[in-house]
Ligand binder design. Sequence first.
Ligand code: ACK
Length: 280
Amino acid sequence: KKGSVAVIEYQLLEAATNGFQESNVLGEGGHGRVYKASFDEKFLAAVKKIDDMGVDAEREFENEVDWLVKIRHQNIVSLLGYCIHGETRLLVYEMMQNGSLESQLHGPSQGSALTWHLRMKIAIDVARALEYLHENCNPPVVHRDIKSSNILLDSNFNAKLSDFGLAVTIGSLNKNVKLSGTLGYVAPEYLLEGKLTDKSDVYAFGVVLLELLIGKKPLEKMSPTRCQSLVTWFMPQLTDRSKLLNIVDPVIKGTMDLKHLYQVAAVTVLCIQPEPSYRP
Ligand code: ACK
């Protein structure tokens, strides 16, 4: 039924995925595999099957269902139903034919399907989802795990935000909240001081914008010497305001060349690493 979340029978999901057959696997997620499910050979859905029910997985499953029952937006992946079967938990989502932004950017196609126009559209779609969570939900919802693998693309490359397992309302947070998120996307003030606001999502969104722009993953493996030379070059610029302006100015004026911009982007992302020696 449109707009509602159903409790679905396990046998139905088993049949729709050909008994969770290997050939139906769409990909591997944090806590489980995602399968393609076809109902009546017409309607397609994606089924996430969580078998390893640790405490974290259970909490995230409940959080995901709680949020997605309440949250409805054209740029947020719809939860169609769920199933609790012994130790196994299953989540049924609308099908996103073009997979994640991460696999589009960093998979075999290396972003070749993504024109600049599409990249811009994806950025706007994600911004709309965030605007909805931060401005239209009361109290505001912080997603806490914005990253390219949690941005899914439908058959027309409309982008939708997924995975609300870590989402929280700002009001409900206390100082002891467990540090969560993905390295490379975590805002420095959250990483270093545990300070979480809706701006943590905005920071992670900024990293996604960099990914769309430079086609590289944050913290993608770099040789230690390259890291060191980039950091050595970048650190004095960060601590000296006039030098920092020297970097930002050409970006604003549009005179910075791509190689230089890439260096700045790479080092900015590098600086988010928790190793003390890399902290800005
Ligand atoms: O990058 P992918 O191809 O797209 O591989 C990952 C994998 O499952 C683990 O998250 C894919 N995936 C997740 N949710 C969906 C969905 N609703 N529709 C299609 N693929 C999905 C994701």
